[in-house]
Design a protein around this ligand. Sequence first.
Ligand SMILES: [Zn+2]
Length: 92
Amino acid sequence: MALVEDVISLLEKQEGLTAREICTALNLEPSREKEVYSALIKASRILKRKGKRLVMQPPRCRKCGVEFDRPNPTKCPRCKSQWIEDARFFID
Ligand SMILES: [Zn+2]
């Protein structure tokens, strides 16, 4: 099965996962987190066709609280902290 389908069926069972948690749940190497992010983008297109929606709870800086619109920031643009709360994904 394609990764994107695995990601969708996982999120249908278990909501609010981060890309890292998706890696763990699907027994993927942590280095494949990037692939999970691109699978999530594909998943959102597939879900749209099914009348569903992939919702992202945006990543947030744990230091200053700023929220990001990109799914995978490495550093806070405001305070330069790397202490980032990962984005979580839901199917709506
Ligand atoms: Zn910050």
